[in-house]
Design a protein around this ligand. Structure first.
Ligand code: FAD
Length: 278
């Protein structure tokens, strides 16, 4: 059984050490490679072993070799049980307790050599392009827009005719976004609503404005079908000019949270606005 041992001194980054260690493991051609469990080895050796196709175990406190079989010991369950095991996989990287490394090498009659330094690794990421995060569709979050358009759960509620109009709501909202270039915000109730997820596939939790959502910065904000509850409106603290459309004259926006409240049907208002923008 061929056993190699490397000391690992000095500093090194993960990006530099992993390819260097992997190359050293491959070049050693050993069945077992011993290294001391310094912070540098513990950080990079597992990734290097994976790259080199080697098995690895850490925190080893003893190694015995009997013919073609090596057995290691390590503590388990917070030092309550001392386990002993061996592996068939080769090469096998054994990361020892750093204080026991010299004793284990001496016991096995192995002279430890310094870990060879690898060629300097390419560490700078080359940016080939940027793709907007999201579901693959057009992004509705536009931080640079002067207008924040917020959709609330009212868009999904039964309307005067006793029915919901999810598809009409989605078409009205996306139509307005396309024509105005506004950024889309949402209330928590709307993005949390599973029944709305299919029709409102253009929005996600990323659109949520409020205490547990975003605090966007736009010059103006228009809230529609949103009640204006405090946990939502705290997300508007950097929006100075605020308007809301709500059927309820006593909604939260009327309590001093909006500059203008239109007590009106948002379906009708936004349909008209979209027509005017055409
Ligand atoms: C710890 C905590 C954190 C929270 N964090 C957030 C947060 O970050 N963001 C957030 O949004 N919420 C948050 N909430 C939830 C918040 O309190 C409200 O429950 C939520 O904002 C209500 O959403 P909504 O106004 O869209 O829905 P609703 O309260 O259901 O209001 C719907 C509104 O739509 C109106 N409406 C219905 N149909 C029409 C129509 N045709 N035209 C006009 N208006 C119509 C109704 O009059 C109603 O006012 C949090 C709550 C808690 C407890």
């Amino acid at each position: 059984m061929k056993i190699a041992a490397f000391t690992i001194e000095g500093n090194g980054t993960f990006a530099q050490d992993v390819p260097a260690f992997a190359a050293a493991l491959a070049a050693a051609g050993a069945d077992i490679v011993l290294v001391p469990g310094t912070s540098r080895a513990r950080r990079s050796m597992p990734a290097a072993a994976m790259r080199a196709g080697a098995a690895i175990d850490t925190n080893v406190v003893d190694v015995t070799v009997d013919g073609d079989k090596a057995t290691v010991q390590r503590w388990a369950y917070r030092q309550r049980i001392l386990t002993a095991f061996s592996r068939a996989a080769q090469p096998w990287v054994i990361v020892t307790d750093p204080a026991l490394f010299a004793d284990i090498c001496a016991k096995l009659g192995v002279a430890a050599a310094p870990m060879p330094a690898g060629a300097p690794a390419e560490t700078r990421t080359k940016v080939n392009g940027v793709v907007a995060a999201g579901t693959g569709g057009e992004s509705t979050i536009r931080p640079d827009s002067p207008l924040l358009f917020v959709a609330g759960a009212g868009w999904t509620k039964k309307q005067a005719d006793g029915a919901t109009h999810l598809d009409e709501a989605a078409a009205t909202i996306t139509g307005f976004l396309a024509k105005s270039g506004a950024s889309l915000g949402s209330s928590k109730s709307l993005v949390d609503m599973p029944e709305a997820a299919k029709a409102f596939s253009f929005m996600s939790h990323m659109n949520q404005v409020g205490q547990t959502g975003a605090t966007p910065r736009h010059a103006k904000g228009l809230s529609t079908c949103c009640h204006g509850e405090e946990p939502h409106v705290v997300g508007w603290r950097f929006v100075n000019d605020r308007r809301a459309v709500n059927l309820d004259a006593n909604c939260g926006w009327a309590q001093g949270k909006a500059d203008v409240l239109y007590v009106a049907d948002a379906f009708a208002v936004m349909k008209k606005v979209n027509e005017l923008l055409s």
